[in-house]
Design a binder for this molecule. Structure first.
Ligand SMILES: N[C@@H](CCC(=O)N[C@@H](CS)C(=O)NCC(=O)O)C(=O)O
Length: 219
């Protein structure tokens, strides 16, 4: 098998890449980075000493950064679901939305997680407050943006939705999407019902106790 993905099922960015692979039924081997498979951790770190996963391996060629991984999949392993539109202006919009979810949803949520794990010199309560403030701004923008859309960029499921699914999943656990944002809540529910996303969420289910803020008893 040519493709291998190094990552962890509970990791939001690993899920982003998994969703893209599942969308097109692209064959690959999953190499879990964890205590039971030190050989995978060693190989991942040898190939990417910056210590961020996932990492995609295609033969001897490696790719990191999930947006780049998904761009590569679209180029080298295109399938029925076109994750980056062919039209350059439509593609630009998808790339913008992908950045929005990574930078303003995933990273905002990460502030709370990092403070809870004591990875940054911010107390847990302050980290959660800061994350909630940033997420509230992102949610408000998304509520306006999603009017009349099925998926993040419109009618088609794209790279932006691969980024949206795990970021909104964990963001909602961190700072629940208020009922005043019904379009955003419905979009998150639509993502969860999508088979590629449902599969990634199911595979991560056994690891929920790892969520540093305490996982709620719901998806
Ligand atoms: N921008 C990167 C972010 C990757 C990332 O932050 N991955 C997390 C796992 S979800 C990670 O490697 N965390 C390990 C660490 O920060 O030590 C991407 O899109 O791939």
């Amino acid at each position: 098998m040519a493709l291998a993905l190094y990552g962890h099922p509970f990791s939001s960015y690993t899920q982003k890449a998994l969703i893209a692979l599942y969308e097109n039924g692209t064959p690959f081997e999953f190499r879990c980075i964890g205590p039971d498979t030190p050989e995978h951790s060693a190989e991942w770190l040898r190939r990417w000493p910056l210590r961020k996963f996932p990492l995609l391996l295609d033969g001897e060629r490696e790719f990191v950064e999930t947006s780049i991984i998904i761009e590569y999949l679209q180029l080298a392993y295109p399938g029925p679901v076109r994750l980056i539109p062919a039209d350059p202006m439509a593609a630009l919009n998808v790339r913008f939305l992908d950045r929005f979810f990574d930078l303003h949803v995933m990273e905002a949520m990460q502030v709370a997680v990092d403070s809870a794990l004591k990875r940054v010199p911010t107390k847990s309560e302050a980290g959660l407050a800061l994350a909630s403030e940033r997420l509230e701004r992102a949610y408000a923008w998304l509520e306006g943006h999603l009017a009349g859309k099925t998926w993040a960029a419109g009618a088609d499921f794209t790279l932006a939705d691969c980024a949206a699914a795990p970021s909104l999943f964990y963001a909602d656990w961190t700072y629940r999407i208020p009922e005043t944002y019904p379009l955003l809540r419905a979009y998150r529910a639509r993502l969860l019902a999508r088979p590629s996303v449902a599969r990634a969420v199911d595979e991560a289910r056994p690891y929920r106790p790892l969520f540093p803020l305490g996982a709620p008893d719901r998806d």
